[in-house]
Design a protein around this ligand. Structure first.
Ligand code: ATP
Length: 514
């Protein structure tokens, strides 16, 4: 079996070869951690966006969506805490001159210990076969328990030191664990320093009058500053939510892992405003709702897990990540945060404007509490792409590469293929396209033998191929080939629309989360 790194490399090269993602400004050797979405990537991204928006805004009577500007008044970022606290601890290796996030170095070290645990578990599972009780093994095997204790102790200490801003202890931890620079192999580290992740820019033409601005590092604040505008104009009653999709910018220190960690990325966030004191129930309820959304795409329950935060951000009283099994292990895909009244309260203080809600049932005004759900669109894209790419062995001994993207998200829903480029078959193919394209993104392909065309569409992730042949001329039927099962069936042209819609139509998928 190919190792994780090879699988990930394959995802990256496949993304480029099939028109999904390329490095930004590649002809100038690229820009680190900035990427462009190509023709198929833009479609997939749009479909993920749409699936989220419909699930969050359209299906919830009490959630509305906005589109706030990327530039915001600079005081926003004082109030939100980003000017003072949106930092990552960085450390340099003096020999390689490479810069790392100190917490990531420690976490990677822990991931290696956890990998050893998984190896022990896998070995035991093989040895004991059906009789294997994994939970019991994990809680009784001394070697596994030792590893687990080691990992837990390290993570607890890291969380404690970061919370207390004890950067010296973070460095000591790195030295004690004998972590080496992956490039130079040395333990010659500088001290750990804080680094602010916001990009600064200027607004205004002349140097004297120019105002220092930041590119927003999250979309959430655009929602908070519009809380009253939306509540009043929409006559919204608590509990209600405001959703937004948009770009965010972070000057990430360690920008690697393709589109997992970018400097310019897109977030899909929803802030849910609630009565103070009800945050625990709403937090649990949103965790469940969001997990359901993920599972509805059918990418396997085993590939998701919750991770509760040990170290809470300055604004939160509870926080969890939904983690996904990426090719490089389980990593954060979405965050669900109970943000208390921190944001609205702080904006009240800094702006001098009241940001309160009059609750007609309680007959009192208060600053609402907030539950946030925040998912990276690009990370979701990577989750879909990486999970979907498979090399499949076929019955005849050959292999095929197929992108099993959930059909609702697939960039192109169907390819129409005339068997030959003559006898009027291309004309019928174009007629089919002209009709289907009113509802679906469809494409035409007449190059190469039909088998090769099937493979090409499999690799691009197209759920259906429609083949027009000589029989079509006689009885107006075509073959509909299914990407995943490779099953082919003959049906009248008139039935194509229904057959395709049954599998790609958003309503069928959204029903699963109701
Ligand atoms: P991480 O710990 O991975 O840096 P975070 O906890 O800072 O992420 P949040 O501030 O909670 O992330 O942002 C919410 C979501 O936005 C994340 O779950 C992730 O999906 C996405 N996200 C955050 N930073 C990036 C980035 N640099 N590139 C792509 N997506 C990102």
């Amino acid at each position: 079996m190919a190792n994780q790194e090879d699988i990930f490399k394959k995802v990256i090269s496949h993304a480029k070869e099939y028109g999904y993602v390329a490095q930004s400004s590649e002809i100038y050797d690229g820009l680190s951690a900035v990427y462009d979405y190509l023709q198929n990537g833009a479609e997939l991204k749009k479909n993920i966006r749409e699936y989220w928006w419909q699930a969050m805004v359209q299906l919830h009577e009490n959630i509305v969506g906005i589109d706030a500007a990327i530039f915001m008044h600079p005081t926003t970022w004082k109030a939100s805490g980003h000017v003072d606290a949106f930092n990552d601890p960085l450390i340099d290796n003096k020999d390689s001159k490479k810069r790392y996030r100190a917490d990531v170095l420690v976490e990677d070290h822990v991931a290696k210990i956890e990998a050893k645990i998984e190896k022990e578990v896998a070995k035991a599972a093989k040895r004991f076969g059906d009789a294997f009780d994994e939970a019991q093994f994990r809680s009784t095997n001394t070697r596994v328990m030792d590893y687990q204790e080691k990992a837990d102790t390290i993570i607890k200490r890291l969380a404690r030191s970061l919370e207390k801003e004890d950067l010296e202890d973070v460095k000591n931890l790195i030295l004690e664990l004998e972590i080496v620079c992956p490039v130079s192999g040395s333990k010659n580290w500088t001290d750990v320093k804080q680094f602010n992740l916001m990009f600064g820019t200027k607004l205004g033409a002349s140097a004297e009058s120019a105002m220092d601005l930041y590119l927003r590092p999250e979309t959430a604040q655009g929602i908070f500053v519009n809380f009253l505008n939306v509540q009043k104009s929409g006559r919204m009653k608590i509990p209600f939510g405001i959703a937004q999709i948009g770009k965010a910018f972070r000057n990430e220190i360690v920008a690697r892992q393709f589109i997992f960690r970018m400097r310019e990325f897109e977030q899909m966030e929803m802030q849910f405003f609630i009565r103070p004191g009800t945050q625990k129930e709403w937090y649990e309820s949103w965790k469940e709702t969001r997990m359901k959304w993920h599972l509805s795409l059918g990418m396997g329950e085993d590939n998701y897990r919750f991770h509760d935060h040990e170290k809470l951000a300055h604004y939160a009283d509870a926080a969890a990540d939904i983690e996904f099994r990426f090719p490089f292990g389980f990593k954060e895909l979405e965050g669900i945060h109970s943000r208390t009244d921190f944001d609205l309260g702080s904006h009240e203080k800094y702006s001098g404007k009241k940001l309160q809600y009059f609750d007609p049932e309680l007959e009192e005004s208060y600053v609402p509490y907030v539950i946030e759900t925040s998912i990276g669109l690009d990370r979701m894209f990577l989750a879909v792409l990486a999970h979907s790419l498979v090399d499949e062995e076929l019955d005849n001994g050959s292999t095929r590469t197929v992108l099993k993207i959930p059909a609702v998200l697939a960039p192109t829903k169907a390819a129409v293929l005339p068997l030959v480029k003559k006898d009027g078959l291309p004309e019928i193919a174009h007629q089919i396209i002209d009709d289907l394209r009113l509802d679906f993104n469809v494409t035409y392909d007449d190059k190469d033998a039909v088998g090769r065309r099937y493979r090409r569409q499999d690799a691009a992730g197209t759920p259906f191929c429609i083949t027009v042949d000589h029989q079509t001329l006689e009885d107006r039927t075509v073959t509909l080939r299914h990407r995943d099962s490779m099953e082919q069936k003959r049906l009248p042209i008139e039935e194509l629309h229904t057959a395709i819609d049954r599998e790609v139509g958003m309503r069928h998928w959204l029903k699963k989360i109701l």
